[in-house]
Design a protein around this ligand. Structure first.
Ligand SMILES: [Zn+2]
Length: 304
């Protein structure tokens, strides 16, 4: 029997060389000459999402759907990749255009980044784009104003873990709409899920923390979050399942560790996670907002 609990899988579609930790070694000007591996890695992720359902003997259940926050720079060069993700039943949302940290951009530059990426993704897919995720979760109240101004209806850029200086802070008002909250001026926020224990925030939303922790511990934490919140929002990147990606030399030790730890086991960990929770509903962000949040109290300003 299917559970009424929801899991929101989200993937930030960027290539291995576009990661913030590698920016000093691989400047933006050299992106066009780097070996692109994002298509292969995204295809592996899409296959993994589909095969997880079959392995669980759950092929009669609804397809497992996820949200892919795609970088505009990639969509411009690989529109077929974006169409392929959409054609396989997943939601397309924006990860900005150039993967610049929001705090490093003037309002004018960020406004263009937000609107250009949205328009491009809509042109490529022929579908409206509703969601935005800031690079490295670098959100702020000022950025939310621009996100709303550019026509997005939800944001998923808030990670409450305080141990990463790039992560921004916003106040999310929860009002009984599952994990969705309100943020000014008029957006819904779908924060990354973390575990709160004795007043401390333990990062359990995905990424490097997912690759680092023993999978049994991670699954136990996810179960605790779902039992408390009714839903869990996970994030990951296609490059995290690619142990064969080029190795960048002379990185600071902490960056090297965060980028490369356990790349070779990340795909099997993800399959393990999906298998453990397959009785749950796997929804896109839009579906979650539509089914859970809107059905309660949020109202109808979202045209979903
Ligand atoms: Zn990113």
């Amino acid at each position: 029997m299917q559970s009424d609990k929801s899991i929101l899988l989200t993937f930030d579609v960027e290539d291995w060389f576009q990661v913030e930790n590698l920016k000093k070694s691989i400047p933006f000007s050299s992106w066009p000459t780097c070996e692109s591996r994002v298509e292969e890695n995204t295809a592996r992720l899409l296959d993994l999402l589909e095969s997880a359902r079959e392995k669980c003997g759950a092929s009669s259940r609804p397809p497992l759907r996820a949200t892919f926050f795609v970088l505009g720079w990639l969509a411009d060069r690989k529109p077929h990749l974006v169409r392929q993700i959409a054609a396989r039943g997943h939601e397309i949302a924006s990860h900005g255009f150039y993967h610049r940290l929001c705090g490093d951009c003037s309002p004018a530059v960020l406004r263009n980044d937000l609107s250009d990426s949205k328009k491009l993704l809509e042109d490529v897919t022929g579908e409206a784009v509703y969601g935005y995720r800031a690079p490295s979760f670098s959100i702020s109240p000022q950025v939310l104003e621009l996100v709303a101004e550019c026509g997005y209806t939800y944001d998923s850029s808030y990670n409450s873990f305080g141990g990463n200086s790039r992560y921004g802070h916003i106040d999310v008002v929860r009002n009984g709409c599952g994990i969705a909250g309100r943020v000014p001026p008029s957006l819904l926020e779908l924060p990354v899920s973390n575990l709160e224990v004795a007043g401390r925030t333990i990062p359990m939303g995905g990424g490097g923390y997912f690759r680092l922790m023993p999978i049994w511990l991670f699954k136990r934490a996810v179960r605790t979050i779902i039992n408390k919140e009714g839903a869990y929002l996970f994030y990951m990147h296609p490059w995290e399942i690619d142990p064969g990606q080029p190795r960048v030399k002379n990185l600071p030790l902490s960056y090297r560790f965060r980028h490369y730890v356990n790349l070779s086991s990340a795909a099997s960990r993800l399959a393990d996670l999906l298998g453990a929770f397959f009785a749950h509903r796997f929804l896109t962000c839009r579906e979650y907002i539509d089914r859970v949040a809107l059905s309660r109290t949020v109202g109808s300003h979202l045209d979903l």
